[in-house]
Design a protein. Structure first.
Ligand SMILES: CC(C)[C@H](C(=O)O)[C@@H](O)C(=O)O
Ligand code: SF4
Length: 772
């Protein structure tokens, strides 16, 4: 709740401050988590951890689970159960494991037989589970999506999933504040996906590292909630911890009537709206970084390379690596072009495609499908395409699209119309690209092998993907539509003079509370633990392997096919899989970890920045650990990866000074051992002479040196957490889950058999079978 303190604060500062359970002198914060989304890939090991420690889920009423990554998107007409439906054994095991866990721990679950199932980041907002001013986490990097509501939403690793399940809190630190202001009107054919691709093109995939980005400005204000979600979704591709947009009338209108939002026109709704309206940055709040963009400069944008920052206007050409500033950038562009099978100077519009994918948590909401359908209506998919598919983000999006006849439009044009899931966004399910196949995709990552080993991804907006499907090549949507008008359904609602107003008085609030439905679619008792538990890290001496790469993503550290395990161990042989092995099998002799003495490396030195970017998969540190590497030294790290390493008794050391890092790398290249002394925060050569000093947060060091399990430590703060929860119940009663769980006076919230919610988020009755 707003405090009397007058220091101007940002939106992020406010939401963060409202969730502090405890703050230590070194700035380590125990943060309360309001909403926890769970999926099958990043939760099995967390539930196993709970079982091993005999812990319960603290707040089942604030936890919502679904299955999305592994699920086939084939028709579910004959669906009986997951065991029969999911053919691939590892995928099946992961889905079944989630089902066992949600039953055992009493969680609400939308399984494959439930129309509310879908991609975790689509269903949270759709259900009203995601609310302004909340903290939202999920073992998934695109949790940033939920920031569109003015929530502080971020991805976490599996150890942190376990921590939240057990304690409903996380141990964290304050992030920096970054503001990206986009002003003016968007030109025809340009959508929110183009805004975010443009932004990432400017600030780069490490541009937001360590920061929470607040998106603001008239262009952002003019966007619908769904369009805002696409922007916040990809803040992680900009390296940020989270993305946020201040809630406004558009937000409140979207939330009206959602099953888990406060009921409209009740005192609770009024109280909630009043609080939500206070969630905006104060006049004069300061930011560590600011970027200003004129919306007029944004054109339909596509990616050419293997990083989301590799973007150009569709009217542009494939860039020449020689024009890049540094040797490292030249090399990485060269490598990207080789992988993508592209030649510098080729017009983007001349690039022929094999497949088109419209889907993913970035762009598989109803407005995305409407926009794409408006482009393909009455046309045919180009004959050169092997496949064009539309994968709605949830069962409810699918149902709504069918009610509007969008499925027919797509199918008549030659698209496949599929069931909800992550599908070809990352290919953990049967929807994948074959090697060298080129795909126009509305997803968010174009990393090597992302959509299938050897597959080539071009990122773009739904209307651009639709245009590409019709032309058979990357295409400018503007050439398929009236140049002077935004096609009726082709772009999210854009309002150059947005209807944003400050709420200064009770009259203003009343006006907001009276908002009509509007034109927007309505889509839609813990065992106290003791701390003890992990391997201690004090001094590590050993062989170090050196890699000369930048932006090494977690997909490269451990590709998706290895995420199907339900264990933490056994991933070492798959570490850096595509860098380490040939497609046909057999080791690549040049790769450092295939050479002696580096096969026995205990330390990894990476000379380029932003190691571990992309996905939140804790499988990345698990694979390094299983290989034998417990310390990684690099100029900088992506936030989630950095956190995940500590949770596994590993030490990431940031050495931003390039000459110092080079000195350490030289020792490694010479095959000499190095020594990482955490206690004294020094890196030494084999004979003990100092090569570098390094920084490490006090609390993290304390846990590593003493081998402490932070869940156990947090549980010792049970009283403080309980106190916070009591206050939360008074201040924001709508956050105690009531939608799917009933409360028992003695036991607190307990799970009940899921009865059909009275209404879907679009107002119709649900009559489909529910899982339980
Ligand atoms: C599986 C999950 C950990 C991962 C993520 O965190 O992003 C996935 O959703 C992805 O998009 O790569
Ligand atoms: S990015 Fe792709 S794989 Fe990850 S949650 Fe979104 S749709 Fe699923």
């Amino acid at each position: 709740m707003p405090s009397a303190d007058k220091k101007p604060r940002t939106l992020y500062d406010k939401v963060f401050r409202d969730h502090v359970v405890n703050e230590s002198q070194d700035g380590t914060v125990l943060l309360y988590i309001d909403r926890h989304l769970v999926h099958e890939v990043t939760s099995p090991q967390a539930f196993e951890g709970l079982r091993n420690a005999r812990r319960q889920v603290r707040r089942p009423d604030c936890t919502l689970a679904t299955t999305d990554h592994n699920v086939p998107t084939t028709p579910r007409k004959n669906f009986k159960n997951v065991g029969q439906f999911v053919e691939e054994a590892d995928s099946r095991l992961q889905c079944l494991t989630l089902e066992e866990n949600v039953k055992a721990f009493g969680l609400t679950y939308f399984g494959l037989g439930d129309k509310r199932q879908g991609i975790v980041h689509i269903i949270g907002p759709e259900q009203g589970f995601t609310l302004p001013g909340t903290t939202v986490v999920c073992g998934d990097s695109h949790t940033s999506t939920h920031g569109a509501f003015g929530a502080l939403a971020f991805g976490i690793g599996t150890s942190e999933v376990e921590h939240v399940l057990a304690t409903q809190t996380l141990i964290t630190k304050r992030s920096k504040n970054m503001r990206i202001q986009v002003d003016g009107g968007l030109t025809p054919g340009v959508s929110s996906k183009d805004i975010i691709l443009h932004v990432i093109g400017i600030i780069g995939t490490a541009g937001g590292t360590g920061a929470v980005i607040e998106f603001c400005g008239s262009a952002i204000r003019g966007l619908s909630m769904e369009a805002r979600m696409s922007i916040c979704n990809m803040s992680i591709e900009a390296g940020a911890r989270a993305g946020m947009i201040a809630p406004d009338e558009t937000t409140f209108r979207y939330l009206r009537g959602r099953p888990l939002a406060p009921v409209v026109d009740t005192p609770e709704w009024k109280k909630a709206v009043k609080y939500w309206t206070s969630l905006k940055s104060d006049e004069g709040a300061s930011y560590d970084e600011e970027v200003f963009i004129n919306a007029k400069d944004i054109v339909p944008t596509v990616s050419w390379g293997t990083s989301p920052q590799d973007v150009v206007p569709i009217t542009g050409v494939v860039p020449d690596p020689e024009t890049f500033e540094t040797e490292a950038k030249k090399e990485s562009a060269q490598r990207a072009l080789e992988y993508m099978g592209l030649t510098p100077g080729t017009r983007m519009e001349d690039i022929e495609l094999d497949k088109v994918f419209i889907g993913s948590c970035t762009n598989a909401r109803i407005e995305d499908l409407r926009a794409a359908a408006s482009i393909v209506e009455g046309k045919r998919v180009a004959v050169n395409l092997k496949r064009a598919m539309v994968v709605p983000g949830s069962g409810l999006v699918k149902k709504q699209a069918e009610a509007e006849g969008l499925d027919r439009i797509f199918q008549d044009a030659g698209f496949e119309w599929r069931e909800a899931g992550c599908s070809m966004c990352l290919g953990m399910n049967p929807d994948i690209l074959s090697p060298k196949e080129r795909c126009a995709s509305t997803s968010n990552r174009n990393f090597e092998g992302r959509q299938g080993a050897g597959g080539r991804t071009h990122l773009m907006s739904p209307v651009m993907a639709a245009a590409a499907a019709i032309v058979g090549k990357l295409a400018d949507v503007r050439s398929l539509t009236d140049q002077n008008a935004v096609p009726a359904k082709a772009s999210p609602k854009v309002d150059v003079t947005p209807e944003v107003s400050d709420i200064e008085s009770d009259d203003d609030l009343d006006r907001i509370l009276d908002l009509p439905e509007g034109s927007q679619s309505h889509d839609g008792s813990n065992t106290a633990g003791s701390s003890g538990g992990q391997t201690k890290f004090t001094v590590l001496k050993g062989i170090a392997a050196s890699m000369e790469r930048s932006n090494v993503d977690t997909d490269a550290i451990i590709p998706k096919q290895f995420l199907k395990t339900i264990k933490r161990t056994g991933l070492g042989s798959a570490l850096f899989h595509s860098l380490r092995y040939h497609d046909e099998g057999g080791e690549k002799v040049d790769f450092v970890l295939n050479k002696e003495p580096y096969r026995h490396a205990k330390i990894l030195i990476v000379t380029g920045p932003n190691f571990g970017c992309g996905s939140s998969r804790e499988h990345a540190p698990w694979a390094l650990l299983d290989f034998g590497i417990t310390c990684i030294i690099a100029p900088s790290f992506a936030d989630i990866f950095f956190n995940n390493t500590f949770k596994n008794g590993m030490l990431p050391v940031a050495i931003p000074d390039q000459p110092t890092l080079e000195r350490i790398a030289e020792e490694a290249r010479a095959g000499r051992e190095i020594e990482v002394d955490l206690v004294n925060q020094r890196i030494n050569n084999a004979s003990g002479a100092k090569l570098a000093a390094f920084e490490v947060e006090e609390f993290r060091k304390h846990c590593l040196v003493n081998g402490l399990d932070d869940i156990g430590l947090t549980m010792q703060m049970g009283d403080k957490i309980k106190g916070f929860e009591d206050r939360r119940t008074l201040d924001t009663p709508w956050l105690d889950g009531s939608g799917y769980l009933k409360k028992d006076k003695r036991k607190g919230p307990v799970q009940v058999e899921a009865a059909p919610v009275p209404q879907t988020n679009r107002g119709e009755q649900i009559d489909e079978p529910l899982d339980w």
